[in-house]
Design a protein around this ligand. Structure first.
Ligand SMILES: [Zn+2]
Length: 278
């Protein structure tokens, strides 16, 4: 449900130090505030997730907080083995607790699938899946905020792979090919849960970059993981496995995710330089 702030539809008051919202038709409700409100409140939305209720505040006229220039540019790619790989060779993994929660969620989803329809056990299993979904979502958001903030602080220009659904299907298939029946199935499920964070991450990165006055450049991911950054040779055979890259022409032997990130950076800078100056 969403309430517009005009015509007294809703109000965010924190006059007394106790944070409350007023919602038309509901009245005053006490809330736990995560951080101070910036700008002018435009709408309040209320949402329920499992057993928790949330108030989402959207504001306008939020002043940007530009960061000092660093003179640095970076390319980032969705890693096969890790969450994000940068063109500097840094690999940022999903935190262990998020992996553990994704494991638990995969297990809970399998348990739910085994329960009989309409049974009490199924109801319980569904509640557990919902609770774990919320946990994974909150941990993923927290991690995405931290990684995005670190990237925005250190770089003026960030080039990234444009979001493409095929990327996710490919990585899920790659892990499903691992040996072991149930292991692979769960790993695939777990993988897809973790991969779902890429879109969330990009939207958080976009918002932070905009507020900090940084430039974000989206690059077509076609061929970024197959082209040799050293000699320019391009071919699917360069990609030995999901994780390994070996150039057939010049013999460059390195990590496939790093190759992708370096190519994303180059393609992004080339696009920026080709565009007419605004
Ligand atoms: Zn090469």
């Amino acid at each position: 449900m969403e309430w517009p702030a005009d015509r007294d539809g809703c109000r965010w008051d924190s006059v007394t130090g106790e944070h409350r919202v007023y919602l038309q038709g509901v009245g005053h409700v006490r809330v736990h505030r995560h951080r101070p409100i910036a700008g002018r409140v435009k709408t309040l939305s209320v949402k329920r997730e499992g057993r928790r209720w949330y108030v989402i505040v959207s504001c306008e006229d939020v002043s940007a907080a530009p960061l000092p220039p660093t003179g640095r540019a970076v390319g980032i790619g969705l890693g096969v083995a890790s969450f994000v790989t940068t063109s500097d060779g840094e690999q940022i993994d999903n935190p262990r607790h998020l992996r553990a929660a994704a494991d638990q969620l995969a297990e809970a989803q399998q348990a739910l699938a085994r329960c009989q329809r309409g049974s009490n056990r199924r109801k319980q299993a569904r509640a557990r899946v919902a609770a774990l979904h919320g946990k994974v979502r909150r941990q993923r958001l927290d991690h995405a905020h931290k990684v995005a903030l670190a990237l925005v602080r250190r770089h003026d220009v960030i080039c990234h792979e444009a979001l493409r659904i095929a990327n996710m299907a490919r990585s899920a298939r790659g892990t499903l090919a691992e040996p072991g029946r149930n292991v692979a199935q769960k790993a695939g499920l777990n993988r897809s849960i973790l991969d779902a964070g890429w879109g969330v991450f990009l939207s958080i990165l976009t918002a932070k970059a905009e507020s900090a006055g940084r430039t974000l450049i989206a690059v077509d991911p076609a061929n970024t993981s197959r082209t040799c950054p050293s000699c320019g040779h391009c071919g699917a055979e360069n990609r030995v496995t999901q994780a390994a890259f070996r150039c057939l022409r010049c013999g460059l032997d390195t990590h496939a995710d790093l190759v992708g990130a370096v190519n994303v950076l180059r393609a992004g800078l080339a696009r920026r330089d080709a565009a007419p100056a605004a």
